[in-house]
Design a protein around this ligand. Structure first.
Ligand SMILES: [Zn+2]
Length: 107
């Protein structure tokens, strides 16, 4: 009985026919356009603009980038917990480039 009610509620699929290609297609799955030549079927439903933009974005690359950032953050946390510090450059406090040459005075 439930299956019969669902069948009654579903709208009939309107297939479009491209006369150029002699191809019948369902415009719901092709965004209202012919999959071969791109002809736009009249009265066919089309997706909103934000959905078209979201479909073009490669979300797997964003996931990969987020995973890389997460791994770097976890690595920094582990390095700090283990007591590792990056070697810092030593600068002479007097401003002289090399303290060792001036201290001896002789090569
Ligand atoms: Zn076509």
């Amino acid at each position: 009985m439930i299956a019969q009610l669902r069948l009654l509620r579903l709208p009939r699929t309107a297939r479009a026919y491209c006369e150029l290609d002699h191809w019948s297609f369902d415009p719901r799955y092709t965004n209202g356009r012919c999959p071969i030549c791109g002809w736009e079927a009249p009265g066919a439903p089309s997706a909103p603009a934000w959905l078209m933009v979201a479909r073009r974005v490669d979300w797997q690359l964003f996931g990969l980038l987020a995973l890389a950032i997460l791994l770097v953050v976890i690595g920094l946390i582990v390095a700090q917990a283990a007591g590792f510090h990056a070697p810092a450059a030593h600068f002479s406090p007097s401003g002289i480039a090399s303290g060792a040459r001036t201290a001896s005075g002789v090569r």
